[in-house]
Design a protein around this ligand. Sequence first.
Ligand SMILES: [Zn+2]
Length: 193
Amino acid sequence: MAKLYFKYGAMGSSKTAQALITRFNYIEMGMRVWLIKPSKDTRDGDSSVKSRIGLEAEAQIIYEGDDIARIFNDTRKGETDVIIADEAQFFEPCQIDQLHEIATWEDVPVLCFGLRTDFMLRLFPGSRRLLELAESITEIKTICRCGSKATVNVRFLPDGRVATEGEQIVLGGNETYKAMCYKCMQTLIRQQK
Ligand SMILES: [Zn+2]
């Protein structure tokens, strides 16, 4: 059977670039890629997947309540060699189950790129399901400003303070989130008390 892959990393770890490079490599080998992303990631306002280094591709948007296995069977079966998903933390848990079903029964590998945890170090529901189901889990590493591995996604408020509470999903650009090590994040929080 094909595998469900979870490739996770902090903000700014070039997950989207990795997803698009992987897509390019498959296409170069003559394989057909179905690129998808969840509707909650509306940062780009459209169906394109963009990386900060300038790579870009069109994706099919998956909405809440969509049955990905059904969409695959109705529109992509026999025409897809690999599925690549960006911002996979925003899928519903049942949609991760559907992707796993496709990998298992249709023998199509599913590569999910996304965040593991939010700004309060809580798993996203979609990431939790990926950690439970994925046959392959790998970390895309990036470093904190201190040189340690960055593992947390620090959310900054408009006044520059570090957010310690709030909604799990607040879309923002480079000024809203910064990947840091846990100690640097905690140092910032202690300084603002
Ligand atoms: Zn640090």
